[in-house]
Design a protein around this ligand. Structure first.
Ligand code: 4AD
Ligand code: MG
Length: 482
């Protein structure tokens, strides 16, 4: 085969030079044929669109053409030509085709037809090769980039918080233990407990549930920081919005109060959504169309009032509602679904809101994103700043349509004595967190931060319905395949 540098299909389609000889490499999506020519749709992952390759049957042997099936990988040299057919403006008239890897049509699981998302989850090693998943993961990349760009533009410092820790930042006990001890033959202390001094780190360790505590240490010197890393929670929640391994963005800012914190969260979410609208047009257009088709088979009442792109634009056009938890409880108790007994879970001051409540507030009552603040202290983490009422803390949850909680955060308790008292009340081991407490002893300042669940953001931006479909290889209870 002639030596020619490979070009990306995205670049060719953006600026086609008719008559130019190019080399492309990718995977066959479909092949159809007429008596004289074969039409091959080739995709290289650089863009949602495949390029149409025209292979003259006189030029290529039946042996080669028979190997060109859905899923096969090809290297092709040809000349760009204006397309005669509808649906594309450029096609490639092939002069050389090299079959790099065959895909036996009797064995290759992805047929050129629509597969269910459930089926594709079981083929997660191949689902990148579908339009839907290639679109989702290009958008995931764009959102990752946009997160770093947003914070970089604001002068935030990215901190790599540790993945193995000895602490439980949220105090919820939902940790995966990390150990090199022989689980079939555990060393014991004299009083019969497991002897962690013999473990790799000389103490009990786990995968982190949050980078916040270490983020706070950095913020109390660098001013404004953010982490963006994997976090792990061993909660047995088999829902469309929970993963055991998910990615979180956690900014932490010295000298920010809760209002500054809310301002930043709202600005960031608007920035990220706008970034997707501006930079992921083709992929969003594809996902929007896909959703519309899905909606068509739903009963009228369940169909969404807005298309995907309208929903994204809506975020930028509206100020988020900011509302104390106590007022939200009143709104919910006075709501129709509550009075008619339609909510599954009770609405009572002091209990955590369930996603049905959050979605009522956002989707039915206010019809805008809502930031709930000042939650009862007993349903929130130990580190949140205590209000003077003795009952609530300076917490904030950002609630989004279709998602519920997308961000959780707070102003932090910067007073040493109050923090210690709260840790005692909640049985948080102070010895393990001496370093966290020292920041309140030495040069403590008011500060705030929050955590954005990256996959929850991805659900919103892509319109996908299940969190397992916006992370390449989901980890959920009883599932760590791939
Ligand atoms: O509300 P959470 O638990 O807050 C924290 O972890 C704080 N340390 C954040 C901070 O203040 N720095 O989690 C934050 C966000 C949630 O709002 C949600 O979007 C996401 O993380 N999240 C999950 N996403 C997927 N699967 C799970 N199991 C999640 N748990 C939380
Ligand atoms: Mg939360």
């Amino acid at each position: 085969m002639e030596l020619l540098k490979k070009e990306k299909i995205s670049e060719i389609l953006a600026n086609p030079e008719f008559g130019k000889k190019v080399c492309i490499k990718g995977w066959v999506r479909t092949k159809r044929g007429s008596k004289n020519v074969a039409f091959i749709a080739l995709n290289d992952g650089s863009i949602i669109h495949s390029i149409q390759v025209v292979a003259d049957r006189e030029k290529f042997s039946d042996d080669i053409l028979s190997k060109i099936n859905t899923g096969a990988s090809l290297s092709i040299i040809g000349t760009l030509a204006e397309s005669q057919g509808a649906g594309q403006k450029v096609e490639l008239m092939a002069s050389e085709i090299d079959v790099l890897g065959e895909a036996d049509p009797d064995e290759y699981p992805l047929q050129p037809k629509k597969h269910s998302l459930e089926f594709l989850r079981e083929k997660a090693h191949l689902r990148f090769r579908t339009n839907t998943f290639s679109a989702v993961f290009r958008i995931r990349h764009a959102m990752t980039f946009a997160v770093h760009q947003f914070f970089n533009n604001k002068g935030f410092v990215n901190i790599h918080s540790p993945i193995v820790t000895g602490s439980d930042a949220e105090g919820a006990g939902e940790m995966f233990q990390v150990t090199t001890l022989d689980v079939n033959n555990l060393p014991k202390t004299d009083d019969g407990k497991i002897d962690y001094s013999e473990d790799f780190f000389g103490k009990m360790t786990n995968l982190t549930v949050s980078g916040q505590l270490e983020g706070e240490l950095a913020a109390l010197a660098l001013g404004e920081i953010y982490t963006f890393g994997p976090t792990f929670r061993a909660e047995n929640s088999n829902t469309t919005r929970h993963l055991a391994e998910f990615w979180m963005i956690e900014p932490e800012m010295a000298f920010y109060d809760l209002n500054d914190n809310m301002d930043l969260a709202e600005e960031m979410l608007k920035y990220l959504v706008k970034y997707a609208l501006d930079n992921c047009k083709d992929d969003l257009a594809f996902l929007e169309k896909r959703l519309l088709e899905e909606e068509k088979v739903k009963p009228q009442a369940e169909r969404s009032e807005m298309s995907l792109i309208e929903k994204l634009e809506f975020i930028g056009q509206n100020d988020f509602i900011r509302l104390p938890y106590t007022e939200a409880i009143d709104v919910l108790r006075n709501s129709k679904p509550h009075k008619k007994g339609k909510f599954k879970f009770p609405v009572e001051w002091g209990t955590d809101l369930q996603s049905e409540h959050e979605r009522y507030l956002v989707e039915k009552h206010y019809k805008k994103p809502v930031i709930l603040i000042d939650y009862p202290k007993d349903i929130k983490s130990f580190y949140m700043k205590q209000n003077d009422d003795g009952k609530t803390v300076r917490a904030m949850d950002v609630l989004f349509p279709g998602i519920g909680e997308i961000i959780g955060g707070s102003q932090r308790e910067e007073n040493y004595d109050k923090l210690v008292t709260r840790m005692d009340e909640m049985n948080i081991p102070k010895e393990d967190m001496w370093w966290f407490l020292e920041t309140r002893k030495f040069g403590t300042v008011p500060h705030s931060g929050y955590g954005l669940g990256f996959e929850r953001l991805m659900l919103f931006v892509t319109g996908m319905g299940n969190i397992r479909d916006v992370i390449p290889f989901p980890r959920t209870p009883k599932n760590a395949e791939f």
